[in-house]
Structures are given as structure tokens and as C-alpha cells.
Design a protein around this ligand. Structure first.
Ligand code: PHE
Length: 455
């Protein structure tokens, strides 16, 4: 009975846009373009696409299978699919990873809101040193970033509280197309700047000499993070898929959308940066220090354009962050709701309040008042990033592949993969199984050792 009552996505488009919303996030904008530029341009894009195909998509399908089969929150889904196997306990780790990252991701998402506000008021105006000071002062402030973090979490709460169809699906159907249009507008504006072709060339010019092991491992890690794997998001969303959803087709479409957005983000950043002769970097400093400066220099001489582009850019980032945040929030919300048998509203409230606390501490740890919150030589903010992204994520990803490839009955996996034999994808099933059994775990192990500096 409980299964029949479970919410689900109302349409195929809803499935794709919501899941792509989780995948398309800050990672597409602040890391992918930079890595491409630094690692051989077009060659890196090719390697990246290969990683999405060989690693990202099979891992995503595995999470789809677990979530859709069990139709339950991630912790329970792993228990249902894994049975008595101790590996089924990693569902809990996956939920924990999603939970911990929500608070920290909300802080960065909140920064995007502050920059929308600052763009609106026309405050983002000055020389390069101004932009650096502005960001440092703002991120170290004990009040402002926390205010925006709470606002972002409140927005997430209001969407999540409305449920899967009326909340997540409707919001994704509205936000994802908007995000795409904003992206295209900025890409066109950036590519029309003088010397933009140099940036395009930098992004797409293949440089075969750049290829080495690090480039491969970088691309692998990025594909994994960018597709939101191992955080419970994909598994949780899949638990709302209908039994007729084509899992392989959906994973491929989401992989394509995610990669296209990442490449377009490159086409937004490099032409503008090259046009004004600034070297782009990555991470928060790219989007909060380098780019506002680049946009101002590139577009600032035409009065309204500079203002509009910067506003649109932060709107775009906030939307990308919000759709990812929704998926992260949903992981814990469904966990609390189902494991503790409480209402969805109550579960969402518990998650929101606890993430507000985590977010506030993460934010404070960046400022002078947060000195006591440093652990292992890292701020709490960096520690969350490190533990979730570099430790928990590969562990969960690796063990999920082992569980699906080696322990879960192949009949169950095949039934979900082929929708009980109704889809003619049997040929791909063998390829998928081979990838999940051998290729993915080995690749993830390499990324893990590489990230820890052991390789
Ligand atoms: N995929 C998101 C990005 O590219 C990050 C993310 C990871 C979001 C895991 C949700 C869950 O930014």
C-alpha cells in the first residue's frame, strides 16, 4: 500500500529536467571550463565525454536501478536491493554525504544571491583589487553570508515542502529552461566581444602534448562530481521515476545536457576573459572575483549591458545552485520522512534547520571569528568539501558499483535495466554490466588514490 501512495514525477520531461537540474550546478561553471583550458582544450573535452560515457552514465544507471527498484529513500533503497549484504549500509553513508554537503553547498549558493543583489544595486564596479577585497570582506563577514545562506535554504524548503510533482518537478520545468536561455544570451554576448575568437580557440584547440595521467584522472573526477553521483541525489530522484522510465536513455540525455552546459559555460567565460586579457582560474575565486571583473571590463563601457550581463550571470548561477540544492535536500528529507515516519513538511523542516546550522558554522569558519573552527589545518568549510567530495564520494561510488556488479542478483539488475524485458536494450546490458563490474570500480579507485595524493 505504502508503495502505491508514493509520489512520482508526472512526465518524462520532468524526470529529465529535475535530474539534469541536480547535475547542472556550480561545478559546470567553475571547474569544467578551467580544467578544459588547462588540460589541452578539445582533447580534454573528448576525454571528458569518454569519462561520462564509461563512468558517469553507468554509475548513474546503477543509482537509478537501486532507487527505482526500491521506490524508497536512499538508505532503505540500498537495504532493499542489497539485502543482508553489509555493503547495503553504504546507503546511509550516501545520505550522510548528501546531508553534509547541503549545508556547505548552500553557503556558496547564498554568495550567488548576494552577488545578484550587488549587481542590482550596481555595486560590482571597480578595479581588480576592488573585486578581490569585496569578496574577501563579504565572505568573512559574520552576518551577511549567513543571511543569504538561510534565504537560499528557505527557498529550497518552500519548493521541497510542496512535494515531488508540485515542488521539485514544477520548479525544475521553470528553472532549467530559464537557465539555458540565460546561458545562451551570455554566450552570444561573450562571443561577440573583440578577440573572442582567441578564447574560443583556447577552449577548443586540441593540444595533444598536454595529455598525461593527471588529465585523465581530473576528467574522471569531474565527470563523477558533475553528474551528482554518490550523494544520494540520483538514487532518491530515481525512486520517483515510473516503472516505464527508460533508465539508460534518461542517463544518456542527462549526461548530454550536463556536458553541453559545461561546454557552454566555457564559451561564456573564455571569450570574455581573453577579450580583456585576464587569465581565468577556477573555484569560488573564478566566479566571485575574476568574472565580475572580466564582465565589467568587457561590457562595462556600454552602460546597460555590463549591468545586465552581471545580473543575468548571477541569476544563472543561483538557478543552477538551487536545482542542485533541491536534489541534495530531498535526499535527507525523504530519509527522515520515511525512516522516522513523519510528515514531509516536518522532515523538510528538520533538514532545513539543521542545514542552516551547518551552513552558518561553515560560513563563520571562513571569517576571523571562526578561527577556533579550524580542524586538521582546514576551515570547516574546506573540511566539508574535502571529506564529502574527496573521501565519501569515491567510497560510496566504488562500493555501489561493487554491490550492483557483484552482489545484487543479475536478474534484478536486468529487469530494471530493460523495464522487465519491454525495452530492447539487452545488448547494452552486457556492456553496462562489464563497465560496472570492472571498469568503474578500477577507475574510481584510481581517482581516490590520486585525490589523496597517493598516485
Ligand atoms: N553536480 C553538481 C555540480 O556540478 C554538484 C552536485 C553534486 C550537486 C552532488 C548535487 C549533488 O555542481
Amino acid at each position: 500500500m505504502a508503495k502505491l501512495e508514493r509520489a512520482n514525477f508526472g512526465s518524462k520531461l520532468g524526470v529529465i529536467l529535475a535530474t539534469a537540474g541536480s547535475a547542472v550546478g556550480l561545478g559546470n561553471v567553475w571547474r569544467f571550463p578551467y580544467m578544459t583550458g588547462q588540460n589541452g582544450g578539445a582533447v580534454f573535452i573528448l576525454i571528458y565525454v569518454g569519462c561520462v560515457l564509461l563512468l558517469g552514465i553507468p554509475c548513474m544507471i546503477s543509482e537509478f536501478i537501486i532507487g527505482r527498484h526500491a521506490q524508497a529513500n536512499t538508505a532503505r533503497a540500498y537495504r532493499i536491493v542489497g539485502g543482508r549484504n553489509p555493503l547495503s549500509l553504504i546507503g546511509y553513508m550516501s545520505v550522510l554525504t548528501g546531508f553534509l554537503i547541503t549545508g556547505y553547498y548552500a553557503v556558496v549558493s547564498g554568495w550567488c544571491l548576494q552577488y545578484i543583489w550587488a549587481s542590482l544595486l550596481g555595486h560590482l564596479d571597480g578595479d581588480p583589487a576592488f573585486f578581490k577585497d569585496y569578496f574577501v570582506q563579504f565572505s568573512e563577514d559574520p552576518v551577511k553570508p549567513i543571511f543569504w545562506t538561510l534565504l537560499m535554504l528557505l527557498a529550497t524548503y518552500l519548493i521541497i515542502e510542496h512535494g515531488v510533482r508540485d515542488g521539485i518537478e514544477r520548479a525544475s520545468k521553470l528553472m532549467m529552461p530559464t537557465l539555458f536561455i540565460l546561458l545562451l544570451v551570455i554566450v552570444v554576448a561573450a562571443c561577440m566581444l573583440p578577440n573572442a575568437s582567441k578564447g574560443i580557440e583556447f577552449l577548443f584547440k586540441p593540444d595533444w602534448d598536454m595529455i598525461n595521467g593527471d588529465v585523465f584522472l581530473g576528467a574522471l573526477g569531474q565527470s563523477f562530481y558533475s553528474m551528482s553521483i554518490a550523494m544520494g541525489c540520483i538514487c532518491t530522484y530515481a525512486s520517483y521515476f515510473s516503472k516505464s522510465t527508460n533508465l539508460t536513455g534518461s542517463a544518456v540525455q542527462i549526461g548530454i545536457i550536463d556536458s553541453v552546459v559545461a561546454i557552454l559555460a566555457g564559451l561564456m567565460i573564455f571569450p570574455a576573459a581573453f577579450s580583456v586579457g585576464v587569465n581565468p582560474d577556477s573555484g569560488p575565486s573564478l566566479i566571485f572575483i575574476t568574472l565580475p571583473n572580466v564582465f565589467q571590463q568587457a561590457f562595462g563601457n556600454v552602460p546597460v549591458v555590463g549591468y545586465v550581463i552581471s545580473l543575468l550571470f548571477y541569476l544563472l548561477l543561483s538557478l543552477a545552485a538551487l536545482t542542485s540544492l533541491m536534489s541534495l535536500h530531498e535526499v535527507s528529507t525523504s530519509f527522515f520522512q520515511e525512516e522516522f515516519r513523519i510528515t514531509r513538511k516536518m522532515a523538510a523542516l528538520i533538514v532545513t534547520v539543521s542545514c542552516c546550522v551547518i551552513g552558518a558554522f561553515c560560513s563563520l569558519s571562513l571569517g576571523p571569528s571562526g578561527q577556533f573552527m579550524h580542524l586538521l589545518g582546514k576551515t570547516l568549510f574546506d573540511l566539508f568539501d574535502f571529506v564529502t567530495g574527496q573521501i565519501f564520494l569515491p567510497i560510496v561510488g566504488f562500493l555501489t558499483c561493487i554491490l550492483i556488479g557483484w552482489f545484487v542478483p543479475h536478474k534484478l539488475v536486468r529487469d530494471e535495466f530493460t523495464n522487465y524485458g519491454t525495452l530492447r536494450v539487452t545488448r547494452f546490458f552486457h556492456v553496462y554490466l562489464f563497465l560496472v563490474k570492472y571498469v568503474c570500480p578500477i577507475c574510481i579507485l584510481f581517482i581516490f588514490l590520486h585525490q589523496l595524493g597517493l598516485l
